[in-house]
Design a protein around this ligand. Sequence first.
Ligand code: CP
Ligand code: NVA
Length: 300
Amino acid sequence: MKHLLKMLDLSAEEITDILNTADQLKYEKKHNIPHPRLAGKTLGMIFQKASTRTRVSFETGMYQLGGYPLFLSSNDLQIGRGEPVQDTARVLSRYLDGIMIRTYEQSEVEALAEYGSIPVINGLTDFAHPCQVLADLMTIREARGQLDGLKMCFIGDGNNMLNSLAVGGLKMGMKVSAACPKGYEPDARVLEFAKGNPNFFLTDKPEEAIAGADVVITDVWSSMGMEAEKEKRQRDFAGYQINSENLKLAAPEAMVLHCLPAHRGEEITEEVFEAHADEIFEEAENRLHAQKAVLVKLLG
Ligand code: CP
Ligand code: NVA
């Protein structure tokens, strides 16, 4: 593994290896065992969109590993004034040991990896959010002891989260069902990957997708960059909410996850969110451990 660009690039063995390392790093952190596996290494973190979890977990994670993180807002970089990503990649490769980038186009992340000579980590694009999905898989495995055979259900927008959850879940032997309104299905590359897999089920009816699910997941109806479509999306997604009624159709004791930030009253009710807050905030914590594992694999 040279980069973390999208879940489609990872094998089941690589995912398992990352999750095992993440569990180990979580154990070391909880027991105050120092783990400076990346002493002297630097990570540049380019942000073209807002972030709470990704920024803080990468920044503190890099510090805990003995390395040094640099927060690089695109407003302050020449990339924000039009310097090509191909040149930025070649320059930053001469200073840094790794780059994390949060941006819009997946092609920009792929170009950074192609032109640079250091590992690149996708910290979210419009297409993918692999760091979040590694943390989600870690959280499910931690709670249930396994991934294989469990049913994951996603209700909502066929966005970066569903694109990455579907691929990651299927690779790990999970059953993946998704309910999206017509016109909001996952990306064609994901549908192509899932084509013919009996473990994949796509519908526009939430009650069909959620039936018997062990893990129920949702995300905002309007992702970053879609602000102009917000009102139309609120109309189109009415009915695609996780609430106490449809959660009754899931397996008893089903987990509920949300990558956050959440919009209570839209994709999830306040009641369901608070009833599952322990799982959701464990998921948020696991961003730290899963990303430290990725950093160790790529920069170590
Ligand atoms: N879930 C997630 O990526 O959160 P941030 O946007 O706060 O980084
Ligand atoms: N789908 C959301 C995820 C935020 C972490 C977005 O892209 O804004």
